[in-house]
Design a protein around this ligand. Structure first.
Ligand SMILES: Cc1cc2nc3c(=O)[nH]c(=O)nc-3n(C[C@H](O)[C@H](O)[C@H](O)COP(=O)(O)OP(=O)(O)OC[C@H]3O[C@@H](n4cnc5c(N)ncnc54)[C@H](O)[C@@H]3O)c2cc1C
Ligand code: FES
Length: 422
């Protein structure tokens, strides 16, 4: 055998080994993604099981799959909302999801201050019915707060608008979330979307209409005026074709040329008196997603009207504004120690708990402890931290699954002395 021939055999053997390792790696990642999708698809709207989850560090590795942006589409007249059509790089069919669920993105974003990239975790609702070959999300560009123009605008949303283009590759975790259409009981549905809160409603609406369901559907869509509406050319024809779909635009600040009854149905915000006068006296399932004031008035308002709490489903896109009392994991009756010390073992800090702190996440940030976070609403799992000792109470049900021995800092407070691996 010549030296050249021997070298060729060695080269082919190495190539075969590398290919095998890559294929096994790809297979494992796909299996992980599918497993987390399957787990999420099996959940029910009232699921309180915090098990089988991803550790904070594992979020970096587990369950993420690579997608490529196939198409971008600006959806509103102000060009502030953009849809992204995402297809898996491996070309395999996508796992099913329930309309209303969201995707979790892991982004590597250049940090101009630190001069390096930082990892950002954010959730975005699926905004269409299920398609085996693509997912769609629709993202609103978030500016600096009107009263704090010196602050930098929203990191992730602006990154999507400015840098995510056709061909960009993204790391995405399987669909999840407890806010989704309940199909077991086929009641008429009332979808209420305020601003960008329309996205999960679009997914529910499209799913119901495409499936041929005859459930009566009401969509109350609250915006300032038509410049903020998304997908009008999609919604109008649907309302014309399907007599059981009732589309109601509610404009809080209509433009001068916009006429009530033609361009929009109601002047003002979506409120309880509008729902009371528009909807008949029967049982509905209500699905609500919108800004803080909308959620804070509509959810308690519906309950006061006598709607059963089990018929009202809602989701917040930001830090929780409404505590889902009936879904809280830790018993409210649990006595909470008066003087609590929180120890951050990695940072080597031992600090007295501040009863006014909203959550362990806020507390840690205020103390300058370096902790990860994303949604700040119990959805993305980004703040999951090992609880080395002590107990916490949840102020709302977590959407992310929490591994035993861990807690979500953004929606918990300590019950007694704690040690966190942070
Ligand atoms: C389950 C779920 C589903 C969601 N679905 C959607 C969806 O379909 N579409 C969508 O567009 N969004 C959705 N969101 C919201 C989304 O995840 C992000 O929260 C949103 O895009 C803002 O993220 P950002 O990184 O752009 O902004 P961030 O960087 O988080 O900033 C948010 C705001 O804080 C301001 N800010 C910056 N620094 C400070 C500071 N020091 N103090 C105070 N304020 C500061 C920023 O200027 C900005 O106004 C969803 C959220 C959840 C939890
Ligand atoms: S920051 Fe998303 S779960 Fe806590």
């Amino acid at each position: 055998m010549t030296t050249g021939y021997l070298a060729l055999i060695i080269f082919v053997a190495i190539l075969a080994q590398v290919s095998l390792i890559m294929m096994v790696g790809l297979y494992r990642r796909r299996r992980e993604f599918k497993k987390s999708a399957d787990e999420s698809a099996c959940e029910t709207g009232q699921n309180n099981d915090h098990n089988a989850a991803l550790r904070n560090e594992d979020v970096e590795r587990k369950g993420f799959r690579e997608f490529i942006v196939k198409r971008r589409q600006i959806e509103d007249a102000q060009a502030s909302i953009c849809s992204f059509y995402l297809t898996p790089v491996d070309g395999e069919p996508l796992p099913q999801y329930k309309p209303g669920q969201f995707l979790t993105f892991k982004l590597l974003i250049p940090d101009s201050v630190a001069g390096q990239e930082k990892t950002i975790i954010r959730c975005y609702s699926l905004s269409d019915s299920y398609h085996p070959d693509y997912y769609r999300v629709s993202i609103k560009r978030v500016p600096s707060p009107a009263n704090r123009p010196e602050l930098s605008p929203g990191v992730s949303s602006n990154y999507f608008h400015d840098h995510v283009v056709e061909g960009t590759r993204l790391q995405i975790r399987a669909p999840s979330g407890h806010f989704h259409l309940i199909e077991e009981e086929a009641l008429p549905v009332v979808l209420i979307g305020g601003g960008i809160g329309i996205t999960p409603m679009l997914s529910i609406l499209n799913t119901l209409l495409e499936s041929g369901s005859q459930r009566e559907i009401w969509l109350f869509y609250g915006v300032r005026n038509s410049s903020e509406l998304v997908m009008q050319e999609h919604l109008h024809p649907l309302a014309k074709v399907h007599s059981h779909f009732h589309l109601h635009y509610c404009f809080s600040d209509p433009a001068v040329q916009e006429i009530e009854g033609i361009d929009y149905q109601h002047r003002g915000r979506v409120d309880i008196s509008l729902l009371r006068t528009t909807l008949g006296l029967q049982r509905y399932q209500f699905y609500i997603c919108g800004p803080k004031p909308m959620m804070e008035t509509l959810v308690p308002g519906l309950l006061e009207l006598g709607v059963q709490s089990g018929d009202v489903y809602y989701e917040s896109f930001g830090p929780a504004t409404l505590v889902k009392q009936d879904r809280v994991k830790t018993e409210a009756s649990r006595s909470i120690d008066k003087d609590i010390t929180v120890t951050f073992s990695k940072s080597g800090k031992k600090i007295s708990w501040d009863q006014d702190a909203g959550s362990l996440l806020e507390f840690a940030e205020a103390q300058g402890i370096d902790v990860e976070s994303g949604c700040r609403a119990g959805s993305c799992g980004g703040c999951q931290t090992i609880l080395e000792s002590g107990e916490v109470e949840y102020n709302q049900q977590a959407d992310a699954d929490v591994e035993p021995g861990h807690c979500l800092l953004c929606i918990t407070r300590p019950i007694n002395n704690l040690t966190l691996a942070a």
